[in-house]
Design a protein around this ligand. Structure first.
Ligand SMILES: [Zn+2]
Length: 322
């Protein structure tokens, strides 16, 4: 048995499914427990670790691990255990995958990284990994893995790109994975510490405002009040001021009554909508409230064909209080 065959065998055992599956019986479907024992998975991972610690970790070994972690059908728990135990070896490998020119390799690398390391340990890779994952959302071949990984490790910056991917007709087969990615990020970030407001946000908003020529009276009403439009419905338009205040402008009223928006769900949802139009606002998306859920009828866009003043399920926010 060659070294490569030995590794292939151990990887096969380490990543085998121990969950069982639904079987078809004569009368009723029934659950067939797997014959694979989870203890075998763990033993195989220990053997791999021993092998690499004893005899080194070659490029060929890295290639085998990369191929194994790139398979989409492998059980998440088994892959996570493998990746975590072997993290000393696969860390550099994952970083190389994340920098690969091929979007699929990058998506698989991010998937491996997401499985490999709990979020707190992932942070050294985080800065490098989130942008390639967001990039991978544009590729239908990668969109599912990328959405799930972003759900696992991604941050609020990923929300605008996930919504864009969700509303793409060509991604409709992956819709529930994209929705899950959005929900997972919102749920986790709702409980996280509020992200710091970027220090240069006022300058960036001012630059966007200066460059923007309003095309209609609603836009002019925003600009007169010093606000950059984020989104709106049949009654209100929301606009961001350079100081971070979000204005709610009643464009139906003659005086365009204007108030600061205080509802956390609306503030969050409007910043996500604004960041879809102006990606440079992505790092200023505030923490969502705990009950924020992406609106499925409009795929989080707030817009629906035939509903000219915006999705009626979410009041054109793209998010609802679930
Ligand atoms: Zn909606």
């Amino acid at each position: 048995v060659t070294r490569a065959q030995k590794i292939a065998e151990l990887l096969e055992t380490a990543l085998q499914n121990t969950e069982g599956e639904m079987g078809e019986g004569a009368l009723v479907d029934h659950w067939v427990p797997s014959e694979n024992d989870p203890a075998d998975n763990r033993l195989a991972v220990s053997r791999l670790e021993e092998l690499f610690r004893g005899t080194g970790f070659s490029d060929a070994d890295a290639g085998q691990i990369q191929a194994a972690l790139s398979r989409h059908e492998i059980p998440h728990d088994a892959a996570a255990h493998l990746a975590e135990r072997l993290r000393d070896f696969i860390g550099p490998l994952v970083e190389r995958m994340l920098a690969d020119p091929d979007a699929r390799v990058r998506a698989n690398g991010a998937r491996a990284a997401a499985m490999a390391l709990p979020r707190e340990r992932w942070s050294p890779l985080d800065a490098g990994a989130v942008p390639p994952l967001i990039e991978a959302l544009r590729d239908t071949a990668c969109v599912r893995a990328a959405a799930m990984s972003l759900g696992h490790v991604g941050d609020l910056r990923a929300l605008p790109a996930l919504i864009d991917a969700w509303s793409e007709p060509r991604n409709r087969l992956h819709a529930r994975f994209i929705e899950k990615g959005l929900t997972d990020i919102a749920t986790r970030e709702a409980h996280a510490a509020p992200p710091p407001v970027p220090a240069d946000l006022p300058d960036r908003v001012r630059a966007l405002l200066d460059a923007w020529q309003p095309a209609d009276w609603v836009g002019r009403a925003c600009k007169e009040r010093g606000g950059l439009p984020l989104g709106g419905n049949q009654i209100y338009i929301w606009a961001l001021r350079p100081d971070g205040e979000i204005l709610c402008i009643d464009h139906e009223s003659f005086s365009h009554a204007t108030e600061p928006e205080t509802d956390p769900l609306t503030r969050f949802a409007m910043m996500v909508q604004g960041a879809r139009r102006h990606p440079e606002l992505s790092d200023a998306i505030p923490r969502p409230p705990v009950n924020a859920r992406p609106c499925a009828p409009c795929s989080g866009t707030g817009a629906r064909p035939g509903q000219e003043s915006g999705c009626m399920s979410c009041g054109a926010r793209g998010w609802t209080a679930g």
